[in-house]
Design a protein around this ligand. Structure first.
Ligand code: ZN
Length: 310
């Protein structure tokens, strides 16, 4: 049994920056790199296995050919996608469909439930979660009337905050925010408003009708209850448990023995360094603990976030 270490895929975006290099040390393709697809088997960014007997193969290949590593889970695609997002500028105001809308309108794609752990945010930083329209009719009239200030709901944000974004929830990451995002394996985004920005001289496509179709009204905040437990030298906090995933944050100063009965566990080291089952890891290392690996000895001073399918 081997841990599965992954090579990230990088995405340049009009709103991207260079902190994936300055903070994580990645070799990024340019100073507008917005996303690191750290654990992904999506066709738009399929991670390569970095070492071991499957080195050079992709995660989607591993999912297809060695389902036993994922506890024999059913399904035609690896269920999760883990990203680090560096927003130098504001992301578009957007919304994602649920599985049934995506299946019907997006060639059988999954919908997108996502969640954000805030790694860094500017002083007085904010993000957009939800809207102020009372009904679907008001959603339509506020969007068509471009009443953005009245429509969007902006909330303060600081490092360590966590947000669950259900399908149908209007949201936007604002400039200066660095985020670890755990989401369903989907790349379907409906752009409601893009601040009238241009990319290569043209506005990016908006998806007004799809957005109005899928936005939930009135907005209902999803405020997961965060629960902390202590084991050995580690403190682990459950950030969210939902039908798509369970996401936990662990702060370790010393040693621990990581156990999980999940079909597999994604693990992203986000601060510090140490060893995992004897492999040196540091901030920016991403790996999958396969099914049946057993207890994983972890040592060092680090913070990591794990996810497993819901
Ligand atoms: Zn999103």
């Amino acid at each position: 049994m081997e841990l599965i270490f992954l090579k990230p895929v990088f995405k340049q975006m009009i709103w991207g920056g260079s902190r994936l290099k300055s903070v994580f040390g990645y070799d990024i393709p340019g100073d507008n790199t917005g996303e690191c697809w750290a654990i992904s088997a999506h066709p738009n960014g399929d991670c390569e296995i970095a070492e071991g007997r499957y080195a050079g193969k992709t995660l989607s290949w591993l999912w297809k050919e060695h389902r036993e590593l994922f506890g024999g889970l059913p399904g035609d695609r690896f269920p999760l996608l883990v990203k680090i997002i560096d927003a130098k500028a504001d992301l578009s105001i957007q919304v994602h469909p649920d599985d049934s809308y995506a299946a019907e309108h997006e060639n059988g794609s999954l919908g997108k439930t996502e969640c954000w752990y805030i790694l860094d945010a500017p002083e007085n930083g904010s993000i957009i979660i939800g809207h102020n329209a009372a009904s679907k009719a008001e959603v339509r009239s506020m969007i068509e009337g471009r009443k953005w200030d009245a429509f969007i709901r902006e909330v303060p944000v600081k490092a360590g905050d966590f947000f669950q974004i259900n399908p149908g929830c209007v949201h936007a990451i604002k400039g200066g925010t660095l985020i670890l995002e755990t989401q369903q394996n989907s790349d379907i985004t409906y752009r409601v408003y893009d601040y009238d920005r241009l990319q290569d001289g043209k506005p990016r496509q908006l998806h007004i009708q799809q957005s109005i179709d899928v936005i939930t009204a009135p907005f209902e905040p999803a405020d997961p209850v965060r629960k902390t437990r202590k084991e050995q030298d580690a403190e682990t906090e459950t950030l969210v448990t939902c039908s798509c995933y369970k996401v936990e944050k662990t702060v370790l100063h010393g040693r621990m023995s990581f156990r999980s009965d999940a079909s597999f566990t994604d693990l992203s080291v986000l601060e510090g360094a140490g060893t995992i089952a004897g492999h040196a890891v540091r901030k920016g290392t991403h790996l999958i603990i396969p099914s049946g690996f057993g207890e994983v000895p972890i040592e060092g001073n680090m913070m990591f976030i794990t996810s497993c399918p819901g």
